[in-house]
Design a binder for this molecule. Structure first.
Ligand SMILES: [Zn+2]
Length: 200
């Protein structure tokens, strides 16, 4: 599914400043305020806009940031990722090359770092790790980069598989629901109606 140029412009503006009003966005994209409102609602409903957040400058908090490389057996990768995901200090977490874990971790100070490394040492599945201390953050941009004619991959609401072509859209209770094919659409509609009937 392709985003139109106005969607892209709205997303870029909101990525810079999530507090822009629909009126501001309308003025800057050349469409009406109701159009902006319906487009934003649509992008949220699709799950592409995950939320509106506050960006805090961690440098001002004088914290310590490390980049961490973890090695483990490929069969333990999921266990390590699950364990690391639960740690509050872990701010970014990646599986890389299918066999290793890379993380960005922010800590209060050296003592906190020592405590954190002790925790790492106690995780059996980790065979080795090394870390680098960040001495200067030069660039930190939000991860999404939008290109002209940007494609969006939504997962089918019924079978959960990614939809690479145009989805089958079902409008139910004023919201679009995305399905990969007519058969998923039929099954989804049945399930939706059944759940709704039970709730009534
Ligand atoms: Zn499907």
């Amino acid at each position: 599914m392709e985003l139109d140029p106005v969607d892209i412009k709205i997303l870029e503006l909101l990525q810079e400043n999530g507090r822009l009003s629909f009126r501001d966005l309308a003025k800057r994209t050349g469409v009406t305020t109701p159009t902006v409102s319906s487009k934003v609602e649509h992008l949220e409903n699709m799950g592409l806009i995950e939320g509106f957040t506050v960006v805090i400058d961690p440098e001002m908090l004088d914290q310590l940031t490390i980049l961490l490389d973890i090695e483990c057996k490929p069969s333990d990768l999921k266990a390590v990722l699950d364990r690391m995901e639960g740690e509050k200090e872990v701010r970014e977490l990646y599986a890389v090359d299918g066999t290793k874990v890379h993380a960005k971790v922010t800590l209060r100070d050296q003592n906190h770092l020592n405590g954190f490394l002790e925790t790492l040492g106690s995780i059996e599945e980790i065979t080795s790790y090394k870390y680098h201390t960040v001495t200067r953050t030069v660039k930190e941009a939000s991860r999404a980069v939008l290109h002209d004619g940007q494609n969006v991959v939504v997962n089918c609401y019924y079978c959960k598989k990614p939809i690479y072509d145009n989805p089958v859209k079902l409008k139910l209770d004023g919201k679009d629901h995305y399905l990969c094919c007519q058969s998923c659409a039929r099954l989804y509609k049945e399930k939706y109606d059944r759940i709704k009937a039970e709730a009534d």
